[in-house]
Design a protein around this ligand. Sequence first.
Ligand code: ADP
Ligand code: MG
Length: 338
Amino acid sequence: MNGKSSKLLAAAAIVFVLTIVFMLVSGVSPHIYKKSEIVMDTVVTLTVVADSEKKANEAIEAAFKELRRLDRLLSFSDAGSDVSAINKNAGQAAIKVSTDTYELAKKAVEVSELTGGAFDPAIGPAAVLWDFKNKKRPTGSELKKTLPLLNYTHIVFNGNDTSIMLKDKGMLLDLGGIAKGYAADRTVDLLRGAGIKAGIAAMAGDIRVWGTRPDGSPWRVGIRAPRGSTPEDLIAVLSLKDMAVSTSGDYERFFIEDGIRYHHILNPATGQPAGDFQSVTVVNPQGVMTDALSTAVFVMGREKALAFIEKTSLMAFLVFSDGTTFTSANLRGLLENR
Ligand code: ADP
Ligand code: MG
């Protein structure tokens, strides 16, 4: 949601963001190379295993170039993006978009259907009313007016010319809850295609690992303690091979007023920040799924979330508002509590 002005803030928050998911990369092997840049309004760290620095650098540079391309298409704030073109023409015209934008928006709506609307890429009109940087929140009546517009079933797709139209004037497509996971997937495809057999693509809290560390052991990905006194405080560590993991947390973009924490994961039914959790972590082979589902499960609230996790055999780690945790049975072998 944040524009270019937020990049400075993002830079200042680099330490926080990095430790949302803190990677314990083997320090012994000379074959691990790593680089961080700010892309998609977030700190992106690419880690690759390669047999030469030259090969690693070339692959990493190509991956960052691809990420900047995706950012230009998918950005909510960039006036030149596909998403902005769709939004400017809401209620008026269908806009032909790139395959990436088309496929990602379709995927977003699939997840909306799968989650009973807990994930809704039409969240835009409510999301723009919240200003976490300046601690400003909308009034109840301002939010209420947007509710009829938060409706993913009014995103119209035409596969013949890969065009998208928002049915109603005032609707705003926001792929912010799914774009980083998608970008992690594309990055891994690209790096694999360039012959890189293992590594980590970390878009802040949306991470995908592939292959193993040089010694054959799994990658280790930390989950930040949501109320930790320092960002280095971890609540758990995952051991992963060829998996994606995303964490959605109420500590990423938020402010506190009169003891109430207002954060950026919104319930499409109310336009208000979703309750019940401090953070939700989801593990799945695809980053596009972990990103959207961590947001969706967060929105569902405790009971619906537990039922959904059970029904779909989702690998998930939940930190409830009171600090207690839940680990799905199928994640227990991969997760170590701290
Ligand atoms: P982060 O961007 O911090 O990684 P998330 O992946 O959980 O966090 O996505 C939050 C972003 O997704 C918000 O900033 C907003 O743009 C968008 N969003 C908020 N609520 C929803 C929702 N219910 N469904 C889809 N997208 C949402
Ligand atoms: Mg998400």
